[in-house]
Design a protein around this ligand. Structure first.
Ligand code: FNR
Length: 379
């Protein structure tokens, strides 16, 4: 209502309410390196396109006269109550996009009550981000480093800073072939941002012989790159997570129902059906196409979340109808950050929530739990 009624006071939103238009705006305003980092994907970017195309193959079938006057979008996922089933995806190195970076994102999320997931590769420390988010709900995303002590230190710090659920990203033990970043020589990364959680860590500092200063910065960066991810991990290693994390754990990057079953067998609490926004395996299945099979395999027995391609409220409705408990919003809020800092992120979150509520009600549903496969047809 606030967004609609702004018109009465001749107040236009600063940013487009059609979130698909944010990318074009960002392309005009950001440097090529920053824009390429955010918009880019792996290889020919076929999977990034497939992620979007998959939504067009499903259509919502509106139902009438079902008393939708009272709507309730709230859900509880991995123990966290949420005003709407929308979570801010972990996006690393946000200082590439805006100087306020993850602090702005945390503040915007907290002001809407939505949960945000902080990346290990954040440009601010997890403690500073927690402070910025105040009492807002927060989850921590682990990039699982080679050094077990460092991984354990990250998990201990995250728990102490009030992150209540752990998201472990499995699909990025190394960065994929990303031409836009390669063409820019990974400039923002080489300037040494996005390593705050590492450089501030006592285990990391011990490994590089003390606090990171100008003198040992180059060596510290090389150490960071060398041990960012661990390609040798197997399902047996998940026991380590349980030993070091008391709260719920979700595995991010699941695309095959058998992997979801294995996650369930390993005692995980959830999976996030995701292909990292098409940034890892070019030519991979569209994430939305993977969702119904995963939901069939484990839905009801563990939490199933979804990301990769969500741009509108209608997209959220489709993902929920196909079996997700909640979705992660990725690039759209990052475009909001790049274009307007904290206010830009808040704009995006408000728009997606409002559009979700309208689409839910106009298609004949009052609550999220009413959304089932019956709401859709294959186009
Ligand atoms: C990401 N993503 C990501 N995921 C993660 O687990 N840790 C991270 O640090 C990052 N960093 C990151 C940076 C940028 C610029 C993007 C676009 C994405 C992946 C992210 O969490 C999510 O899976 C995708 O963004 C979903 O795809 P869409 O909706 O952005 O297309």
């Amino acid at each position: 209502n606030e967004i609609y009624l702004g018109g009465l006071a001749d107040v236009r939103p600063d940013l487009p309410t059609d979130l698909t238009r944010l990318a074009a705006l960002a392309e005009r305003r950001l440097s090529a390196a920053s824009y390429g980092y955010l918009a880019g994907a792996a290889g020919s970017e076929a999977t990034a396109r497939a992620n979007r195309d998959a939504f067009d193959r499903w259509r919502i079938v509106p139902r009438m006269l079902r008393d939708v006057a009272e709507r309730d979008l709230s859900v509880t996922v991995l123990g966290t109550p949420m005003p709407a089933p929308v979570v801010l995806a972990p996006i690393g190195v946000q200082s590439i996009l805006h100087p306020d970076a993850e602090l702005a994102t945390a503040r915007a999320a907290a002001s809407t009550g939505l949960t945000s997931i902080l990346s290990t590769a954040a440009s601010s420390t997890m403690e500073d981000v927690a402070e910025a988010g105040g009492s807002g709900p927060r989850w921590y995303q682990l990039y699982w480093p080679k050094d077990r002590d460092l991984a354990a230190s990250f998990l201990g710090r995250a728990e102490a800073a009030g992150y209540t659920a752990l998201v472990v990203t499995l699909d990025t033990f190394t960065l994929a072939w990303r031409p836009r970043d390669l063409d820019q020589a990974y400039l923002p990364f080489l300037r040494g941002i996005g390593v705050a959680n590492y450089f501030s860590d006592p285990v990391f500092q011990r490994a590089v012989g003390g606090p990171v200063t100008e003198e040992n910065r180059q060596a510290a960066l090389l150490h960071w790159i060398g041990q960012f991810g661990n390609p040798s991990l197997t399902w047996d290693d998940l026991a380590f997570l349980r030993e070091h994390w008391d709260g719920p754990i979700a595995l991010k990057g699941i695309q095959h129902p058998d992997d979801a079953r294995r996650a369930l067998d390993a005692g995980m609490d959830g999976v996030i059906v995701s292909n990292h926004g098409g940034r890892q395996v070019d030519g991979a299945i569209a994430s939305l196409d993977a969702l119904p099979l995963v939901a069939d395999a484990v839905g009801g027995r563990m939490s199933v979340l979804f990301d990769s391609g969500i741009r509108t409220g209608a997209d959220v409705v489709k993902a929920l109808a196909l079996g997700a408990e909640a979705v992660l919003l990725g690039r759209p809020y990052a475009y909001g950050l790049a274009l307007g800092g904290e206010a830009g992120v808040r704009h995006v979150l408000r728009c997606i929530q409002a559009e979700l509520e309208l689409t839910l009600a106009l298609s004949g549903h009052r609550t999220i739990s009413e959304l089932t496969l019956d709401a859709l047809v294959r186009a």
